[in-house]
Write a protein that binds this ligand. Structure first.
Ligand SMILES: [Zn+2]
Length: 989
């Protein structure tokens, strides 16, 4: 982005059927905002015009949910399944297959549904806009689509068409997954209970118990009412001139007359008494229920369409909870009432602002103590002086939050505009956050009691407060299963054998339709790019490499809007094997412990006052030229404003050179937090757990990833906590050993993006640091990696109502010439076979077929899946599918275009800093990127087929399988696969 673009139209003019309501320059965003209305249809349009090449087209509709059937969510899925002009099955997935979209999706919120697409290629964006416009305004909405996306009956056993029935459907399974995750379940029930008498008291995503009540007529009626131009909000972003959009939309919108659509959302009446709710969630039948209760307090505190109020409350939330030393956060952690804070701070439900404090890993009899602790702590804070440094730090943090050019920047802009616009407020108010922040600052300066007063008025004396508890229940799963089985038996009795045969026949017909690919003639109706339309040359990050006493410093020239970004990479090569399992404890110590003689509170305060955040993570990969050339790294990332670069670097220095884990009380809290996080992540991100577990015996990187991020960490940390006195010394010692191990010159590479003055500060500082590091040579140390003999078939049991299946097989490395046809082929197989079989026919929410050239693996997976053995059969059928399919060059070209987008991501400063470093480390020069890009554009169907078959025929049998699901489902799957049993093990003891 450079300067403000010239304005081409002015307010009061008419243009192509639109009247121009306002033209507003927005200096801080280097943009001009055009607000228009389409005269005949009443459609509203806002274009944020600037020099950014990433253009976004979106249309959004307020969609107040009438009940808990999830009609807005099911409609969001269903409109993307074929339209008048594009009567193909799933044009959405066809466009994913063949476009360069940097973003393509649809989202259902609590009161609004969004359809955004973005691309760096102008013709591509207009193609996507064509398909999206027709999808939302002229969808086919067939009954089959409703049944597949929403819900339908099917025989429980397809071999027994007059036997018991079951319910399936994509949204139905998606929401079953969402409801069996306790955290997601908890937030949903809190939001509904806080605003019971408004539309926010309804579940817009759909409650699995209520989804089957939605009728096909109900779905169509909801579309007729709300998906009309008079209820539409078009938000556009980027460098395409506004008149081009108006020309594109004018004729299309002229087909509609204005309609009165009432989507006004009333504010909630405030309660005069606090309320409370108790809910339960299923855990394993034999699982102990201790330390598994969730507690929360949530207040309704303000108007989410008032930007100054939103900014003030955000700053208040940072003061109270924004870092490890923030007083409310600290009081809750120190109380030991639970393991860790969850989802706390200011938030929003539609047009209402909320504030919440949540605790996980607690007990139900702690609820009164928790409420008392929170209110007493808030009173104490309100009654004493809030240190000005603390407030100042919170202002700083909010500046990063609102001003940074993040990735998916156009989408963030859409969110901000919509969040006031659909409530009839000025759509530009959330684009002027710098002005609102200055106003907040002025208010604070003239009234230093401002935040004390807010704590009193918005929290302490506010009776619109909900206390919520979510308790574990070891019998709940069996109750759910029994109730569902009874419901299905009752349903079955309502039908005679002929009717139920009819249901089975319809389910089979739906399956047959879902299994048929689109004909080439139909696909040709979709607007699409040609390979020759792709940019001839790639955009590269402009990077210069400078040497500072033998250490490389990359300087990237990317516009960063006053924020500076630094990444330090330390190579872990040669780290002694006993230290590896402690790596997560080291990175955690950087984020949560003290350093250099200061306790964790002092460090956290310094970090909040002078940086936009310091993070630390590990990464295991390989170089592009050689699979055996491993790259195992620890990376520190820092961001800071210009005038704070020196003090930010001082904090980083203290952590890097002198992180100190010896505060045992703090260490104990940190380890309990880690355990609570692992317990939920490992189960509810079950697909990640399954993938990592299956990959652990294939490559050394897979082995290390599993050790550092996977299941072994859960039992390790549980062990530390069970015998803290004995283990803590060991944890402290190993963290110290990793710290000392890293401080070697030859391990370090740095990457910087930002201003000239900050660059100089970085150069000088690094020089000092390097002189304090040892100069010893880097040695290899062997990793104790034992590859799988016979690849295992494993089941990990956990209390969830769906399955996550994974199969990971060894695949050629990046350095192998087949990486290009395999990359294109994996994209095709995922969208044409795996997605079709697992999502559209199997009704799982997600399906994967990912080739990782740098990880040397091919991963097949399903996500929130109602099936296990069927899905594993689909995996086994992939080679047969490839043998039979006849891809044309047109099919391959579409996949080339979609694959090419990974080369043309927009360059945003933070991501670019890491990206430039990553490319440098793996040896991917601009020349090699161009070479790969050129190879990609020449791929042929023959090559793709040969490469995929060669890989599958040689390696498929070497693939390991892992499924995360409930024990009942895993055992049932084993009954269906008597010769290929899964070995079942519990995830949680
Ligand atoms: Zn969905």
């Amino acid at each position: 982005m450079s300067a403000l673009p010239e304005t081409t139209m002015s307010a009061g003019q008419d243009f192509n059927g639109f009247s121009i309501k306002a033209v507003t320059p927005l200096e801080a965003l280097r943009s001009v905002a055009y607000q228009l209305e389409h005269k005949k249809s009443g459609a509203r349009l806002l274009h944020l015009h600037n020099q950014d090449a990433e253009n976004l087209f979106s249309v959004s509709f307020p969609t107040p949910p009438p009940d808990n059937t999830g009609v807005p969510h099911i409609l969001e899925h269903a409109v993307l399944a074929g339209s008048d002009k594009y009567p193909v099955k799933e044009p959405f997935f066809e466009m994913v297959k063949m476009s360069m979209a940097t973003f393509i999706n649809a989202m259902t919120g609590s009161d609004c549904t969004y359809y955004p697409v973005a691309s760096n290629v102008k013709q591509d964006l207009f193609n996507l806009a064509e398909v999206y416009f027709d999808a939302v305004f002229h969808p086919l909405l067939t009954e089959q689509t409703f049944r597949r996306e929403g819900h339908h009956f099917a025989p429980l056993d397809p071999e027994d068409p007059t036997g018991d029935l079951t319910i399936t459907g994509i949204v139905y399974n998606e929401m079953k997954g969402a409801f069996s995750d306790p955290e997601s379940r908890f937030y949903r029930s809190i939001s509904r209970a806080l605003l019971p008498d408004t539309i926010y008291g309804k579940e817009s995503g759909g409650d699995p118990d209520a989804i089957p009540d939605l009728t096909y007529e109900g779905l169509k009626g909801f579309h007729r009412t709300y998906y009309h131009p008079s209820n539409s909000y078009f938000f556009l972003y980027g460098n395409t001139p506004t008149p081009e959009y108006l020309a594109f939309l004018s004729d299309k919108l002229n087909a509609f007359n204005r309609l009165d659509v009432d989507t006004s959302i009333k504010s909630h009446l405030r309660w005069d008494q606090p309320r409370s709710i108790i809910d339960t969630y299923p855990i394993g039948a034999d699982e102990p229920s201790t330390e598994k209760t969730y507690l929360a307090i949530e207040w309704l505190i303000g108007d989410a369409t008032d930007p100054e109020d939103v900014a003030l409350l955000y700053i208040l939330s940072l003061i109270l909870l924004g870092n490890e030393a923030a007083p409310l956060k600290k009081a809750i952690i120190n109380s030991n009432l639970g393991a860790d804070i969850i989802a706390s701070g200011v938030g929003g439900i539609g047009r209402e602002s909320t504030f919440s404090v949540g605790l996980k890993g607690s007990e139900s009899d702690h609820i009164d103590d928790f409420v008392q602790l929170v209110t007493e702590t808030l009173s104490q804070i309100a009654e004493s002086e809030i240190e000005p440094e603390r407030v100042e730090a919170a202002f700083q943090q909010s500046a990063y939050h609102y001003l940074e050019i993040q990735s998916m920047f156009p989408l963030h802009m859409m969110r901000r505009v919509i969040s006031s616009w659909i409530y009839d407020r000025d759509p530009l108010i959330f684009l002027r956050m710098n002005e609102h922040l200055s106003n907040c600052k002025r208010r604070y300066e003239s009234d230093p009691q401002l935040f004390n007063q807010l704590i009193r008025s918005r929290l302490l004396t506010n009776s619109h407060r909900l206390t919520a508890m979510l308790k574990p229940d070891s019998q709940m799963q069996s109750r759910i299963d029994t109730a569902f089985a009874e419901r299905m038996k009752k349903t079955r009795r309502q039908f005679n054998d002929d009717q139920v045969k009819q249901i089975a026949a319809e389910a089979e017909e739906l399956d047959r339709l879902n299994s048929q690919p689109n004909s080439p003639e139909l696909l040709a109706t979709l607007p699409q790019l040609k390979v020759s339309d792709l940019p001839g040359q790639l955009t590269h990050i402009q990077t210069e490499v400078e040497m500072i006493d033998g250490v490389e410093l990359l300087q990237n020239s990317v516009f960063a809007n006053g924020v500076n970004y630094l990444v330090l990479n330390f190579n872990l090569k040669g780290m002694p094997s006993e230290l590896w399992p402690y790596l997560p404890r080291y990175t955690e110590a950087i984020r949560k412990m003290g350093a250099a003689g200061m306790d964790y509170e002092q460090i956290a305060q310094r970090s909040a006052a002078s940086t936009g955040g310091i993070s630390c993570r590990t990464d295991f990969g390989t170089c592009i030229g050689d699979a055996s050339h491993s790259l195992w790294n620890v990376q520190f990332s820092l961001k800071a404003l210009d005038d704070q670069m020196s003090s930010a670097l001082e904090v980083l220095h203290d952590l890097l050179f002198s992180v100190d884990p010896r505060d045992k009380n703090r260490l104990r809290d940190v380890l309990l937090q880690a355990q609570a996080r692992y317990r939920t992540d490992m189960v509810y991100d079950g697909s990640g757990t399954a993938m990592s577990h299956a990959a652990r015996g294939l490559t050394v990187e897979g082995y290390l990833s599993e050790m550092v991020y996977g299941l072994p960490q859960l039992s390790l940390v549980e062990g530390f906590n069970n015998d803290f006195e004995k283990c803590s010394e060991d944890v402290i010692r190993q963290i110290g050993s990793i710290r000392d191990f890293l401080l070697v010159r030859g391990r370090l590479t740095a990457s910087f993006t930002g201003s000239k003055s900050a660059a100089t500060t970085v150069q000088n500082t690094l020089k000092d640091w390097i002189s304090d590091m040892s100069n010893e040579p880097i040695n290899d140390a062997s990793i104790d990696f034992k590859p799988f003999g016979d690849p295992p078939r494993e089941g990990l049991a956990a209390p969830i109502q769906v399955a996550h299946c994974a199969q990971v097989i060894p695949a050629p490395h990046y350095s192998h010439p087949d990486k290009t046809p395999l990359t294109v082929g994996a994209h095709l197989v995922r969208l044409e076979y795996i997605m079709n079989e697992i999502r559209f026919r199997g009704n799982a929410y997600g399906a994967m077929f990912n080739y990782s050239p740098l990880g040397s693996t091919l991963s097949l997976g399903s996500y929130r899946d109602p099936h296990i053995s069927r899905t594993l059969d689909v995996f086994s059928g992939v080679a047969d599918y490839i043998r039979e399919v006849e891809w044309t060059q047109t099919d391959i070209d579409r996949a080339i275009i979609a694959t090419a987008k990974q080369f043309e991501r927009p360059i945003r400063p933070e991501a670019a800093t890491g990206q430039a470093l990553y490319r440098h480390l793996i040896g991917q020069t601009p020349e090699l990127r161009e070479q790969y890009y050129a190879q990609l554009r020449r791929v042929t169907p023959q090559e793709v087929k040969r490469a995929l078959l060669e890989l599958l025929e040689t390696n498929f049998a070497k693939g390991a399988i892992c499924v995360v699901s409930s024990r009942e489902r895993l055992e049932a799957a084993n009954q269906e696969m008597p010769t290929q049993q899964l070995i079942i093990e519990e995830i949680l003891g």
